[in-house]
Design a protein around this ligand. Structure first.
Ligand code: GLN
Length: 487
């Protein structure tokens, strides 16, 4: 098997046994990126020299290859995570020259665990989107069909993992941006509970929703990466001071006897028939594994899209005020006076989707509209959260589709933002509620496009979500299939 197709845990075994050197592995990845990424466009920056230097340190015996859990493992990270001295663009022209003064907490943790950073992955501008088409650096393509989108906003990370252009990646999920690209690209994507992973050094989109999580080739790798990055951080006041379970260990426990809820609102008309049938089949597999399947109701599901697309833009409009050419952002230096400088900086620096969100956000927060929109949406958010808390009284976890359709075509939804927003219908509610969710591959459509199963759990029960996903994955076996591109 090609080295680049290995999971993190498989690669670690070979590295520790010295069957292969870190330099060899890094070189293989760099060659593959050079050969394939011009077609996929999953990276906005490849850190070849840095990665090779780091690899050499391992191979010269200067760094410990045995102890740290990710020693010698080449990973990528979404370009919304600050990397010291390395451009962090957030897929935006306004940050095309931004060099962060420090690393995000998760980057520090990856480095401390021995990971080798291969590069930064493409994304929708400021993580606003579901297709990676709003990137200022061109769209990323889906490795399973280059005419289709990889999903978004962490589309670069998901495509890079699917095409074996890295061993694993970190993405971010505000309303589905890890799970949805995971589903579209046939890889595993986990959004942790809000507060589980420090957001320090994550460039903010919607601060009450943003979470960082792993995108990997299998569930064991997701458990491993989450274990590395999770935990309290005094630099993020919303990170929660709870012990972090040993995820790679807990996922071994069996799943029989668990009550698995099937929310009826997630099986609606208009879904792609193959998505419906693959998810139904997956539910059957979980039943065969010993789970008890029960029907539940999450009655406020239908209001998730409307609530999210008020709350997220509201927070975004406030967070993005800092890109004014003075505090942050490439300044329009030809402007003659201050107001013109602000106007030109923001007009030239932001793309159309980001501008749309800023306008929506400032509108719903403005005097006279705040009560009708923002406050109302916040109330709906509480109802959605309560739906989940009620459901978890009668079941341990929920099984749902991730997206109503498989990956759509490049350009198919760019002219119609509402259609783009509606495709988030099954991922937004868990984000609004702050609960953890995973997307795990559960089959393919008749056209050969991947389909994901979403498993949602109660707050801080990533262990449970991962455990169910792991057993499902072993029984179903879809995570090992590779797109033709990689042949
Ligand atoms: N698609 C959603 C949006 O456009 C979610 C994005 C995300 O999770 N970052 O806002």
């Amino acid at each position: 098997m090609d080295l680049t197709a290995l999971t993190i845990h498989e690669l670690r075994r070979r590295l520790v046994r010295r069957e292969v050197s870190v330099t060899e592995v890094v070189r293989r990845y760099l060659e593959r990126i050079e050969a394939l990424d011009p077609r996929v466009n999953s990276y906005v920056k490849v850190m070849a020299d840095e990665a090779l230097e780091e690899a050499a340190r391992y191979d010269r015996g200067e760094k410990d290859l045995e102890g740290p859990p990710l020693a010698g493992v080449p990973l990528s990270v979404k370009d919304v995570l600050c990397t010291r001295g390395i451009r962090t663009s957030c897929g935006s022209k306004i940050l095309e020259n931004y060099l962060p003064p420090s690393d995000a907490t998760v980057i520090e943790k990856l480095k401390a665990s021995g990971a080798v950073l291969l590069g930064k992955t493409n994304m929708d501008e400021f993580a606003m989107g579901s297709s990676t088409e709003s990137s200022a650096f061109g769209p990323t393509r889906n490795p399973w069909d280059l005419d289709r989108v990889p999903g978004g906003s962490s589309g670069g990370s998901a495509a890079a993992v699917a095409a074996d252009l890295c061993a694993g990646s970190l993405g971010t999920d505000t309303g589905g941006s890890i799970r949805q690209p995971g589903s579209f690209c046939g890889v595993v994507g986990l959004k942790p509970t809000y507060g589980r992973v420090s957001r320090f050094g994550l460039v903010a989109f919607a601060s009450s929703l943003d979470q960082i999580g792993p995108i990997t080739k299998d569930v064991r790798d997701a458990a491993l990466l989450l274990h590395v990055v999770a935990g309290y951080d005094r630099r993020d006041s919303t990170s929660v001071d709870l012990p972090v379970p040993d995820y790679p260990e807990c996922i071994r426990e069996p799943v029989d006897g668990l009550r698995l809820g099937i929310p009826r609102e997630y099986f609606v008309e208009g879904m792609h028939p193959d998505v419906l049938s693959r998810v139904r089949q997956a539910i059957e597999t979980c039943r065969e594994l010993g789970g008890e399947v029960v029907e539940v109701s999450l009655p406020h599901t239908a209001y998730g899209v409307a609530a999210y697309y008020i709350i997220a833009p509201a927070e975004a409009s406030s967070n993005l005020a800092r890109y004014d050419g003075v505090k942050y952002g490439t300044r329009a230096s030809d402007a003659r006076e201050l107001a013109a400088m602000y106007r030109e900086t923001r007009s030239r620096g932001f793309g159309p989707e980001v501008k749309r969100r800023i306008m929506l956000g400032t509108y719903v927060l403005s005097a006279g509209y705040y009560d009708a929109y923002y406050r109302k949406a916040s109330q709906v958010r509480t109802l959605i959260r309560q739906d989940f808390l009620d459901a978890f009284q009668t079941c341990d976890a929920l099984l749902t589709p991730v997206v109503p359709t498989p990956a759509f075509r490049v350009g198919e939804k760019t002219g119609d933002p509402l259609q783009m927003y509606l495709s988030d219908v099954f991922t937004l509610p868990a984000s609004l509620a702050g609960i953890p969710g995973i997307s795990v591959p559960c089959g393919f459509t008749s056209e050969g496009l991947p389909v994901g199963l979403q498993i949602l759990g109660p707050h801080f029960r990533e262990d449970l979500v991962l455990r169910i996903a792991r057993h499902f994955e072993e029984a179903a076996g879809f995570s090992r299939r590779k797109p033709d591109l990689c042949a």
